[in-house]
Design a protein around this ligand. Structure first.
Ligand code: SF4
Length: 337
């Protein structure tokens, strides 16, 4: 029996190379060894996009296309839409009785989001919604509904997994052994930095190279990437370790990396030439992904069929777990005991 893994994303924008190196690559590698469920978390996306459902709807299919383009294979991975599985909503309600409001407020990831998004949550968090605060409870439902045992996450998601584990322990303590406690495994690659040197490449931070960027866009973005600001003239020696262009040369495992480093340090390399070399590497790297994307964009009926099938398989699994939950909680009213 393969262990079950659950991963996914919120459909709020296209995926970028930060997602690729931070999680997608690992998902593709793991899908052959684990029973893989991939959630398109549209209900979670609505927690801070309730006034813009069209944005969420549009990106559901876009996200599925990104997945298929990088090599997520529907033969091995069940890609499903969260809102199409009502069991997740029922479990969220049942779990909400097992967690206190103060515990949810103490979640460090929630706190960090509230403090960085004051335009949404207000200066003192006065605009936090019940849905946003309950996000980790909904995530607990997503993880347990498929008997997930392993959850590959970034460091910022670890507190959410810990919250799930607490809920599971409490549930099992009260109602008897019912749910599996998932274990977080940290992504092998930490956060990917943005073109501007920001510690995080973000969908909405204007510092990302998206998987569907055209050659022209890639070229423009890399030409604007942050380099060593002390290097003024072409033959000035510089420090590659503070340069984002060098950072991406490393990320793409450029065979020429030692030469790039030495030439940069000794002033034998100009930044324009260095960026042009990276542009070609990045375009080559993204080419097969974009070609696959073009195929799926021309065959949307295939994408929809994959999503339907993935959702049907996932729903059947969630029903099985829900039946167990009902049974152990005594909510299976018309079943004969
Ligand atoms: Fe960065 Fe290359 Fe310029 Fe060195 S030569 S600072 S590695 S862009």
């Amino acid at each position: 029996m393969k262990k079950v893994i659950l991963t996914g994303d919120r459909p709020t924008g296209n995926l970028h190379i930060g997602h690729y190196f931070g999680s997608l690559k690992q998902r593709v590698e793991m899908q052959y060894d684990y029973e893989t469920y991939i959630i398109i978390a549209d209900m979670q996306a609505l927690t801070d996009n309730a006034d813009n459902p069209e944005k969420v709807r549009k990106h559901v299919r876009e996200l599925a296309i990104d997945y298929l383009s990088v090599g997520i294979d529907p033969k091995y991975s069940h890609i499903f839409i969260q809102s199409m599985i009502p069991e997740l909503a029922i479990l969220t309600v049942l779990f909400s009785n097992l967690v206190t409001v103060s515990r949810l407020f103490r979640n460090p990831t929630t706190k960090a989001e509230v403090s960085t998004k004051k335009e949404i949550f207000g200066n003192d968090g006065e605009s936090i919604t019940y849905g946003f605060l309950g996000y980790p409870v909904s995530q607990a439902a997503d993880l347990t509904a498929f008997d997930c045992e392993v959850c590959p996450v970034g460091e910022d998601q670890v507190p959410h997994i810990e919250q799930t584990r607490e809920i599971v322990r409490k549930f099992n303590h009260i109602y008897g052994e019912t749910l599996k406690e998932p274990e977080a495994i940290l992504s092998k690659t930490p956060r990917i930095k943005g073109l501007d040197g920001n510690e995080k490449m973000g969908k909405s931070l204007g510092n990302a190279i998206f998987l569907n960027d055209s050659d022209e866009v890639i070229s423009k973005k890399i030409m604007g990437a942050v380099t060593d600001t002390n290097k003024i003239r072409k033959d000035d020696p510089a420090n590659p370790e503070v340069c984002m262009v060098y950072y991406y040369h490393k990320l793409l495992k450029n065979d020429n990396l030692e030469v790039v480093c030495t030439e940069c340090k000794t002033g034998k390399r100009g930044c324009v030439a260095c960026k042009k070399e990276l542009i070609l590497k990045m375009q080559d790297f993204l080419k097969p992904i974009r070609e696959k994307r073009a195929y799926y964009e021309a065959h949307l009926e295939e994408v929809d069929a994959i999503l339907k099938e993935g959702t049907n398989v996932s729903r059947a699994k969630a029903e099985e777990v829900m039946n167990r939950v009902r049974n152990h909680m005594g909510l299976d009213y018309f079943e004969s005991h």
